[in-house]
Design a protein around this ligand. Sequence first.
Ligand code: IDP
Ligand code: MG
Length: 172
Amino acid sequence: MANSEHTFVAIKPDGVQRNLVGETIKHFEQKGFCLIAMKLIQASEDFLKEHYIDLKDHPFFASLVKYMQSGPVVAMVRKGLNVVKTGQVMLRETNSADSKPGTIHGDFCIQVGRNIIHGSDSVESAEKEIDLWFQPEERVDYKSCAQNWIYECQVMREQTSVLCLFHSLSYP
Ligand code: IDP
Ligand code: MG
């Protein structure tokens, strides 16, 4: 269903140490993406190697794992319409030097190796990352009242595709 896409977001150790947890969460909260799970976690080396397995052949892999292990990370799951793609736009670019003001990297980071936040780069990676970081019982599905004001179509609010075909718009 359209607005039930999930993404994985992690505030990296530098984001936590620089007291940017609230600021980065605020971006996702204000945007309207629903919070499904969140925790503070000190990840192990093996765990981070698994998380970044696709980058294992890059020269920065070892330093990336060390950086991510250097302190706690705030991991979360967000849900919403095109949340993976839009989440990436909100973070952009991987290299902070190329990131525009208004994005999280653009506003809070200078170097690629200290870019305070991770977001899944595809729906497939989001699924893998969410499964790696969160047990099913750590994810909470609930009805957010805000959704009535964030999405215009009944289908987006109720997450039931047939509803859109039969209901005219009815605002709360
Ligand atoms: P992404 O985080 O935008 O998806 P990836 O290419 O998946 O970018 O890289 C993962 C992370 O690895 C980046 O967020 C950044 O922290 C780090 N990284 C990427 N490229 C470099 C580099 O050239 N030098 C140092 N660290 C890098
Ligand atoms: Mg990536």
